[in-house]
Write a protein that binds this ligand. Structure first.
Ligand SMILES: [Fe+2]
Length: 374
Protein backbone atom coordinates (compact mmCIF):
# COMPACT_ATOMS: atom_id res chain seq x y z
CA UNK A 1 0.00 0.00 0.00
CA UNK A 2 1.69 3.24 -1.08
CA UNK A 3 -0.02 5.14 1.74
CA UNK A 4 1.33 2.64 4.24
CA UNK A 5 -1.94 2.48 6.19
CA UNK A 6 -2.69 -0.59 8.24
CA UNK A 7 -4.60 -1.11 11.44
CA UNK A 8 -1.33 -2.01 13.13
CA UNK A 9 0.46 1.24 12.37
CA UNK A 10 -2.69 3.20 13.27
CA UNK A 11 -2.66 1.46 16.64
CA UNK A 12 0.97 2.59 17.08
CA UNK A 13 0.75 6.21 15.92
CA UNK A 14 -2.93 6.89 16.50
CA UNK A 15 -3.08 9.14 13.44
CA UNK A 16 -2.33 9.08 9.68
CA UNK A 17 -2.61 11.32 6.62
CA UNK A 18 -3.69 9.37 3.53
CA UNK A 19 -3.48 10.48 -0.11
CA UNK A 20 -6.75 10.34 -2.06
CA UNK A 21 -7.12 7.80 -4.85
CA UNK A 22 -7.81 9.30 -8.29
CA UNK A 23 -11.52 8.39 -8.13
CA UNK A 24 -11.85 9.95 -4.66
CA UNK A 25 -10.15 13.11 -6.00
CA UNK A 26 -12.69 13.40 -8.84
CA UNK A 27 -15.70 13.15 -6.51
CA UNK A 28 -14.20 15.73 -4.15
CA UNK A 29 -13.54 18.14 -7.04
CA UNK A 30 -17.19 17.84 -7.99
CA UNK A 31 -18.37 18.51 -4.42
CA UNK A 32 -16.00 21.49 -4.12
CA UNK A 33 -17.87 23.37 -6.84
CA UNK A 34 -20.96 23.31 -4.64
CA UNK A 35 -19.11 24.56 -1.57
CA UNK A 36 -18.37 27.81 -3.44
CA UNK A 37 -22.09 28.23 -4.25
CA UNK A 38 -23.04 27.47 -0.63
CA UNK A 39 -20.67 30.14 0.69
CA UNK A 40 -22.66 32.74 -1.27
CA UNK A 41 -25.87 31.76 0.53
CA UNK A 42 -24.50 33.00 3.86
CA UNK A 43 -23.47 36.41 2.57
CA UNK A 44 -26.02 38.94 3.74
CA UNK A 45 -27.95 40.53 0.95
CA UNK A 46 -29.23 44.12 1.00
CA UNK A 47 -32.88 43.09 1.13
CA UNK A 48 -32.56 40.02 3.31
CA UNK A 49 -30.26 39.56 6.27
CA UNK A 50 -30.21 36.07 7.76
CA UNK A 51 -30.77 35.88 11.51
CA UNK A 52 -28.47 33.61 13.55
CA UNK A 53 -31.31 31.07 13.81
CA UNK A 54 -31.92 31.18 10.05
CA UNK A 55 -28.21 30.63 9.44
CA UNK A 56 -28.30 27.52 11.65
CA UNK A 57 -31.37 26.19 9.83
CA UNK A 58 -29.70 26.78 6.48
CA UNK A 59 -26.54 25.05 7.73
CA UNK A 60 -28.59 22.07 8.93
CA UNK A 61 -30.29 21.72 5.51
CA UNK A 62 -26.96 21.86 3.67
CA UNK A 63 -25.62 19.22 6.06
CA UNK A 64 -28.61 16.96 5.29
CA UNK A 65 -28.16 17.54 1.58
CA UNK A 66 -24.51 16.50 1.65
CA UNK A 67 -25.12 13.54 3.97
CA UNK A 68 -27.53 11.88 1.51
CA UNK A 69 -25.98 13.18 -1.71
CA UNK A 70 -25.29 10.54 -4.36
CA UNK A 71 -21.69 11.77 -4.71
CA UNK A 72 -21.16 11.38 -0.95
CA UNK A 73 -22.37 7.77 -1.28
CA UNK A 74 -19.91 7.25 -4.15
CA UNK A 75 -17.17 8.72 -1.97
CA UNK A 76 -18.14 6.38 0.90
CA UNK A 77 -17.89 3.47 -1.51
CA UNK A 78 -14.43 4.52 -2.75
CA UNK A 79 -13.31 5.03 0.83
CA UNK A 80 -14.64 1.61 1.82
CA UNK A 81 -12.67 -0.03 -1.01
CA UNK A 82 -9.50 1.64 0.26
CA UNK A 83 -10.16 0.73 3.90
CA UNK A 84 -10.95 -2.86 2.94
CA UNK A 85 -7.57 -3.13 1.20
CA UNK A 86 -5.89 -1.72 4.32
CA UNK A 87 -7.24 -4.52 6.51
CA UNK A 88 -10.46 -3.02 7.86
CA UNK A 89 -12.61 -5.77 6.27
CA UNK A 90 -14.51 -6.54 9.49
CA UNK A 91 -15.38 -2.93 10.19
CA UNK A 92 -18.63 -1.02 9.84
CA UNK A 93 -18.86 2.46 8.32
CA UNK A 94 -21.40 5.22 8.99
CA UNK A 95 -22.84 7.70 6.51
CA UNK A 96 -20.79 10.91 6.36
CA UNK A 97 -21.58 13.30 9.21
CA UNK A 98 -21.23 16.80 7.80
CA UNK A 99 -19.49 19.60 9.67
CA UNK A 100 -19.88 23.24 8.58
CA UNK A 101 -17.82 26.02 10.10
CA UNK A 102 -18.68 29.60 9.14
CA UNK A 103 -15.87 32.19 9.44
CA UNK A 104 -15.17 32.95 13.12
CA UNK A 105 -18.09 30.71 14.12
CA UNK A 106 -17.38 30.26 17.85
CA UNK A 107 -20.54 28.10 18.23
CA UNK A 108 -18.70 25.32 16.40
CA UNK A 109 -15.54 25.61 18.46
CA UNK A 110 -15.32 22.58 20.73
CA UNK A 111 -12.85 21.66 23.46
CA UNK A 112 -10.13 19.02 23.10
CA UNK A 113 -11.84 15.64 23.14
CA UNK A 114 -11.70 12.01 22.10
CA UNK A 115 -14.27 10.43 19.74
CA UNK A 116 -14.66 7.10 21.59
CA UNK A 117 -18.29 6.05 22.05
CA UNK A 118 -19.48 3.18 24.31
CA UNK A 119 -20.44 -0.20 22.79
CA UNK A 120 -18.86 0.73 19.42
CA UNK A 121 -15.69 -1.33 19.99
CA UNK A 122 -12.41 -0.42 18.32
CA UNK A 123 -13.19 2.76 16.42
CA UNK A 124 -11.54 5.24 14.01
CA UNK A 125 -12.56 8.64 12.70
CA UNK A 126 -12.04 9.65 9.07
CA UNK A 127 -11.95 13.40 8.41
CA UNK A 128 -12.32 14.63 4.84
CA UNK A 129 -12.25 18.34 4.16
CA UNK A 130 -14.08 19.46 1.02
CA UNK A 131 -12.56 22.92 0.56
CA UNK A 132 -10.24 23.63 -2.32
CA UNK A 133 -7.68 25.16 0.03
CA UNK A 134 -7.95 26.40 3.60
CA UNK A 135 -6.05 29.47 4.77
CA UNK A 136 -5.87 28.26 8.36
CA UNK A 137 -4.98 25.08 10.24
CA UNK A 138 -8.30 23.35 10.98
CA UNK A 139 -7.20 20.68 13.48
CA UNK A 140 -5.10 20.24 16.58
CA UNK A 141 -3.98 16.74 17.43
CA UNK A 142 -2.11 15.30 20.40
CA UNK A 143 0.13 12.64 18.80
CA UNK A 144 0.17 9.25 20.56
CA UNK A 145 -2.31 10.55 23.17
CA UNK A 146 -4.33 7.36 22.65
CA UNK A 147 -1.63 5.48 24.57
CA UNK A 148 -2.57 4.28 28.02
CA UNK A 149 -0.44 6.66 30.14
CA UNK A 150 -1.21 9.82 28.18
CA UNK A 151 -4.87 8.83 28.11
CA UNK A 152 -4.89 8.48 31.88
CA UNK A 153 -3.08 11.81 32.32
CA UNK A 154 -5.47 13.59 29.91
CA UNK A 155 -8.46 12.08 31.73
CA UNK A 156 -7.09 13.50 34.99
CA UNK A 157 -6.69 17.00 33.46
CA UNK A 158 -10.18 16.74 31.94
CA UNK A 159 -11.65 16.60 35.46
CA UNK A 160 -10.70 20.26 36.00
CA UNK A 161 -13.94 22.18 35.74
CA UNK A 162 -12.57 25.52 34.47
CA UNK A 163 -12.38 25.05 30.73
CA UNK A 164 -9.71 27.72 30.12
CA UNK A 165 -7.34 26.21 32.72
CA UNK A 166 -8.09 22.71 31.46
CA UNK A 167 -7.26 23.62 27.85
CA UNK A 168 -4.14 25.51 28.94
CA UNK A 169 -2.84 22.49 30.87
CA UNK A 170 -3.64 20.08 28.05
CA UNK A 171 -1.90 22.35 25.54
CA UNK A 172 1.21 22.88 27.63
CA UNK A 173 1.64 19.43 29.17
CA UNK A 174 0.71 17.08 26.35
CA UNK A 175 2.59 17.27 23.06
CA UNK A 176 0.32 18.68 20.34
CA UNK A 177 0.46 20.07 16.81
CA UNK A 178 -1.85 22.17 14.65
CA UNK A 179 -2.15 20.48 11.29
CA UNK A 180 -2.75 21.75 7.77
CA UNK A 181 -5.74 20.76 5.69
CA UNK A 182 -3.54 19.44 2.84
CA UNK A 183 -6.11 19.29 -0.02
CA UNK A 184 -4.73 16.10 -1.61
CA UNK A 185 -5.30 13.90 1.42
CA UNK A 186 -7.61 12.96 4.27
CA UNK A 187 -6.98 12.15 7.93
CA UNK A 188 -7.74 9.06 9.98
CA UNK A 189 -7.25 8.77 13.73
CA UNK A 190 -7.97 6.39 16.59
CA UNK A 191 -11.15 7.33 18.48
CA UNK A 192 -9.00 7.50 21.64
CA UNK A 193 -6.70 10.18 20.21
CA UNK A 194 -7.11 13.61 21.81
CA UNK A 195 -7.87 16.29 19.20
CA UNK A 196 -9.71 19.55 18.63
CA UNK A 197 -11.34 21.41 15.72
CA UNK A 198 -9.86 24.91 15.42
CA UNK A 199 -11.60 28.21 14.72
CA UNK A 200 -12.26 29.05 11.07
CA UNK A 201 -10.18 32.21 10.66
CA UNK A 202 -10.61 32.17 6.87
CA UNK A 203 -13.24 34.05 4.87
CA UNK A 204 -15.30 31.14 3.46
CA UNK A 205 -17.28 28.27 4.97
CA UNK A 206 -15.34 25.13 5.85
CA UNK A 207 -17.13 21.89 5.00
CA UNK A 208 -15.89 18.51 6.20
CA UNK A 209 -17.18 14.94 6.13
CA UNK A 210 -16.65 12.77 9.20
CA UNK A 211 -17.00 8.99 9.03
CA UNK A 212 -16.77 6.47 11.82
CA UNK A 213 -15.21 3.07 11.25
CA UNK A 214 -16.09 0.71 14.08
CA UNK A 215 -15.69 -2.94 15.03
CA UNK A 216 -19.17 -3.08 16.63
CA UNK A 217 -22.13 -1.11 15.26
CA UNK A 218 -21.51 2.58 15.96
CA UNK A 219 -23.84 3.56 18.81
CA UNK A 220 -25.40 6.74 17.41
CA UNK A 221 -25.77 6.08 13.70
CA UNK A 222 -26.83 3.41 11.20
CA UNK A 223 -23.89 1.48 9.82
CA UNK A 224 -23.06 -0.88 7.02
CA UNK A 225 -20.19 -3.31 6.59
CA UNK A 226 -17.47 -1.86 4.39
CA UNK A 227 -17.33 -5.21 2.58
CA UNK A 228 -21.01 -4.67 1.58
CA UNK A 229 -20.89 -1.02 0.63
CA UNK A 230 -18.00 -1.48 -1.76
CA UNK A 231 -20.27 -3.66 -3.93
CA UNK A 232 -23.21 -1.23 -4.02
CA UNK A 233 -24.30 0.69 -7.08
CA UNK A 234 -25.66 4.19 -6.58
CA UNK A 235 -27.90 6.35 -8.73
CA UNK A 236 -26.13 8.66 -11.13
CA UNK A 237 -28.61 11.51 -10.59
CA UNK A 238 -26.98 14.54 -9.10
CA UNK A 239 -29.06 17.09 -7.23
CA UNK A 240 -27.22 20.32 -6.71
CA UNK A 241 -28.11 22.18 -3.54
CA UNK A 242 -30.31 25.15 -4.31
CA UNK A 243 -31.74 27.07 -1.41
CA UNK A 244 -34.40 28.58 -3.67
CA UNK A 245 -35.63 25.10 -4.61
CA UNK A 246 -39.27 24.65 -3.49
CA UNK A 247 -38.41 21.57 -1.42
CA UNK A 248 -35.71 23.39 0.56
CA UNK A 249 -37.86 26.49 1.14
CA UNK A 250 -40.70 24.26 2.37
CA UNK A 251 -38.40 22.39 4.76
CA UNK A 252 -36.99 25.68 6.01
CA UNK A 253 -40.55 26.80 6.83
CA UNK A 254 -41.43 23.44 8.45
CA UNK A 255 -38.39 23.77 10.73
CA UNK A 256 -39.46 27.33 11.64
CA UNK A 257 -42.94 26.02 12.65
CA UNK A 258 -41.39 23.25 14.80
CA UNK A 259 -39.02 25.70 16.53
CA UNK A 260 -41.93 28.07 17.21
CA UNK A 261 -43.92 25.21 18.74
CA UNK A 262 -40.92 24.10 20.81
CA UNK A 263 -40.90 27.57 22.39
CA UNK A 264 -44.59 27.47 23.32
CA UNK A 265 -44.08 24.75 25.95
CA UNK A 266 -47.65 23.55 25.42
CA UNK A 267 -46.97 19.98 24.27
CA UNK A 268 -48.06 17.91 27.20
CA UNK A 269 -49.87 15.01 25.59
CA UNK A 270 -49.89 12.69 22.57
CA UNK A 271 -52.75 14.56 20.90
CA UNK A 272 -50.90 17.88 20.89
CA UNK A 273 -47.82 16.24 19.40
CA UNK A 274 -50.03 14.53 16.78
CA UNK A 275 -51.56 17.93 15.91
CA UNK A 276 -48.08 19.25 15.21
CA UNK A 277 -47.41 16.24 12.93
CA UNK A 278 -50.65 17.14 11.10
CA UNK A 279 -49.51 20.76 10.72
CA UNK A 280 -46.22 19.75 9.14
CA UNK A 281 -48.09 17.33 6.79
CA UNK A 282 -46.04 14.37 8.02
CA UNK A 283 -48.22 11.79 6.23
CA UNK A 284 -47.62 13.36 2.84
CA UNK A 285 -43.81 13.35 3.14
CA UNK A 286 -41.84 10.84 1.08
CA UNK A 287 -38.93 8.93 2.62
CA UNK A 288 -36.28 11.28 1.20
CA UNK A 289 -37.97 14.31 2.73
CA UNK A 290 -38.33 12.51 6.09
CA UNK A 291 -34.61 11.62 6.11
CA UNK A 292 -33.59 15.12 5.12
CA UNK A 293 -35.77 16.78 7.76
CA UNK A 294 -34.90 14.21 10.42
CA UNK A 295 -31.15 14.81 10.19
CA UNK A 296 -31.56 18.61 10.06
CA UNK A 297 -33.72 18.53 13.22
CA UNK A 298 -31.29 16.27 15.07
CA UNK A 299 -28.40 18.72 14.76
CA UNK A 300 -30.32 21.89 15.65
CA UNK A 301 -30.94 21.39 19.43
CA UNK A 302 -27.26 22.03 20.21
CA UNK A 303 -27.18 25.14 18.07
CA UNK A 304 -30.32 27.15 18.62
CA UNK A 305 -32.02 28.41 21.74
CA UNK A 306 -35.51 27.03 22.39
CA UNK A 307 -37.43 26.13 25.53
CA UNK A 308 -38.15 22.54 24.63
CA UNK A 309 -35.38 21.51 22.22
CA UNK A 310 -36.18 17.82 22.76
CA UNK A 311 -39.33 18.29 20.70
CA UNK A 312 -36.97 18.61 17.70
CA UNK A 313 -35.29 15.37 18.79
CA UNK A 314 -38.65 13.62 19.12
CA UNK A 315 -39.80 14.63 15.63
CA UNK A 316 -36.39 13.72 14.21
CA UNK A 317 -36.58 10.15 15.56
CA UNK A 318 -40.22 9.61 14.54
CA UNK A 319 -39.46 10.79 10.99
CA UNK A 320 -36.41 8.59 10.48
CA UNK A 321 -33.90 6.88 12.75
CA UNK A 322 -30.61 8.24 11.54
CA UNK A 323 -28.96 10.40 14.17
CA UNK A 324 -29.59 8.56 17.44
CA UNK A 325 -28.00 11.36 19.46
CA UNK A 326 -31.60 12.65 19.45
CA UNK A 327 -32.82 9.46 21.15
CA UNK A 328 -29.94 9.63 23.62
CA UNK A 329 -30.84 13.23 24.57
CA UNK A 330 -34.51 12.26 25.08
CA UNK A 331 -33.41 9.33 27.23
CA UNK A 332 -31.35 11.61 29.47
CA UNK A 333 -34.15 14.15 30.07
CA UNK A 334 -34.36 14.95 33.76
CA UNK A 335 -38.12 15.54 33.60
CA UNK A 336 -39.42 11.97 33.99
CA UNK A 337 -42.94 12.80 32.74
CA UNK A 338 -41.70 14.34 29.46
CA UNK A 339 -39.14 11.56 29.01
CA UNK A 340 -41.81 8.81 29.38
CA UNK A 341 -44.25 10.67 27.15
CA UNK A 342 -41.63 11.03 24.37
CA UNK A 343 -40.20 7.50 24.65
CA UNK A 344 -43.71 5.96 24.57
CA UNK A 345 -44.74 8.20 21.69
CA UNK A 346 -41.79 6.93 19.60
CA UNK A 347 -42.23 3.29 20.72
CA UNK A 348 -45.92 3.24 19.66
CA UNK A 349 -44.98 4.32 16.15
CA UNK A 350 -41.69 2.48 15.70
CA UNK A 351 -40.51 -0.10 18.28
CA UNK A 352 -36.93 -0.05 19.52
CA UNK A 353 -35.60 -3.25 18.04
CA UNK A 354 -32.06 -2.41 17.02
CA UNK A 355 -28.76 -3.04 18.82
CA UNK A 356 -28.00 0.71 18.94
CA UNK A 357 -31.42 1.80 20.30
CA UNK A 358 -31.41 -0.89 22.99
CA UNK A 359 -27.92 0.07 24.14
CA UNK A 360 -28.86 3.78 24.27
CA UNK A 361 -31.98 3.01 26.31
CA UNK A 362 -30.07 0.63 28.59
CA UNK A 363 -32.39 -2.25 27.74
CA UNK A 364 -31.35 -5.85 27.64
CA UNK A 365 -33.08 -7.96 25.06
CA UNK A 366 -33.34 -11.74 25.04
CA UNK A 367 -34.03 -11.61 21.28
CA UNK A 368 -31.15 -11.33 18.78
CA UNK A 369 -31.14 -7.69 17.71
CA UNK A 370 -30.74 -6.19 14.25
CA UNK A 371 -28.19 -3.53 13.64
CA UNK A 372 -29.58 -0.21 12.56
CA UNK A 373 -28.16 -0.18 9.03
CA UNK A 374 -28.16 2.08 6.00
FE1 LIG B 1 -13.82 14.72 17.29
Amino acid sequence: MNNNLSINNLILDGYKVIDYSSSQKNIIKDLQKEIILMTDLFKSKKDKKLSEEDKEILKSLIRSHLRYDERSKELTKELSKMMYACGFFNFYITRPYIMIHLPFDKEELGASHIDAVPYSGECYTIWINLNDRLKYKPLKIYPKSHNFLTKLFARFIKKISFSKIRELLLNSLINNIDIDQNPGSFKIWSSNLLHQGLLNTGDGITVSLVYRLSKNPFLYEPITRISDIKKRIFKQTINKFNFYDQKIIKLFDVIKVIIKESNSDSLVDDQKIMDLFETIKFKKMNLDTKMYLSFALSILPQRIKCRNAQLLDLISIVLYKDNLISLSRINSLSNRKTKDLYINFIKKRSPFNSYQENKILGQTSSQPLNNLSW
